[in-house]
Design a protein around this ligand. Structure first.
Ligand SMILES: [Zn+2]
Length: 245
């Protein structure tokens, strides 16, 4: 497509395909879930696959969207029902360069219980900070919705719940994380799932000692320098096991 012809955009498309495959290979997404990246030269646009399983995405499947969640080129293939998660977060958060939405299984219980927040119990999850907000869609869509973020109004409400944080849980549904780069967003999505699993295990054993606010900030700063170490490993593993070739 004309809008993805330049080298920076082509590079962003290739990385987005890699991110899709990594998130599938790491068990963050399955047939559902999606990852997007802001357009490298048009901050009012973003790149996202057409509606399909992330593990099968190729460069040909990546489309350009505007901040209303509409494909820039009309008449194309079917698009994700929940693309408004991405459009409204990019609209609200100029610092967000990438967004991952998933139903990763260890996180979902934390969206559905009251009184227990998803919090960092080990250093790799320091970015979760003092706790992760839970978006209650009933407050905006009533008690008979399909729980999906299927329009801009719900997307804006989710983005407001996320506020300036790195992650938001969605009650009975899943979670959404943002990053200042695609690599950071993928890193956070993987470690949100790992952290949820570990917190659940720890809570079975007894009272949990969580990272302090200072530890959260310090570990986040250190981890931000190490993200590509994980990305390179995950990419190699995803390519080795890829079903998309
Ligand atoms: Zn979803």
């Amino acid at each position: 497509m004309s809008d993805t012809a330049s080298e920076p955009v082509s590079s962003a498309v290739r990385e987005l395909v890699d991110a899709n495959h990594i998130l599938f290979d790491q068990g963050v997404v399955d047939g559902f879930g999606h990852v997007s990246v802001r357009h490298p030269s048009r901050p009012d646009r973003f790149l996202l696959s057409r509606s399909m399983a992330p593990g099968l995405v190729t460069e040909r499947d990546v489309l350009v969207f505007d901040l209303d969640g509409a494909p820039v080129e009309p008449g194309g293939p079917a698009v994700y029902l929940e693309r408004f998660i991405h459009s409204e977060i990019y609209r609200k958060r100029p610092d967000a360069a990438a967004v991952v939405h998933s139903h990763s299984p260890a996180v979902v219980p934390f969206s559905a219980v009251t009184g227990t927040k998803l919090r960092p119990i080990f250093h790799m999850c320091g970015f979760l900070g003092a706790g992760t907000p839970v978006f209650e869609i009933r407050d905006f869509a009533g008690s008979e919705s399909d729980l999906l973020i299927s329009d801009g109004r719900l997307g804006a409400a989710l983005a407001a719940s996320l506020d300036q944080g790195p992650a938001v849980l969605m009650r009975g549904h899943g979670s959404t994380v943002v990053g200042s780069s695609l690599h950071q967003a993928v890193f956070r999505a993987v470690y949100t799932e790992v952290g949820a699993r570990l917190q659940t295990e720890a809570m079975r054993l007894g009272p949990v000692t969580y990272l302090t606010e200072g530890e959260s900030a310090a570990t986040t700063k250190t981890n931000n320098t190490q993200i590509d170490r994980a990305w390179n490993l995950w990419l190699k593993a995803a390519r080795t096991r890829s079903m998309a070739t």
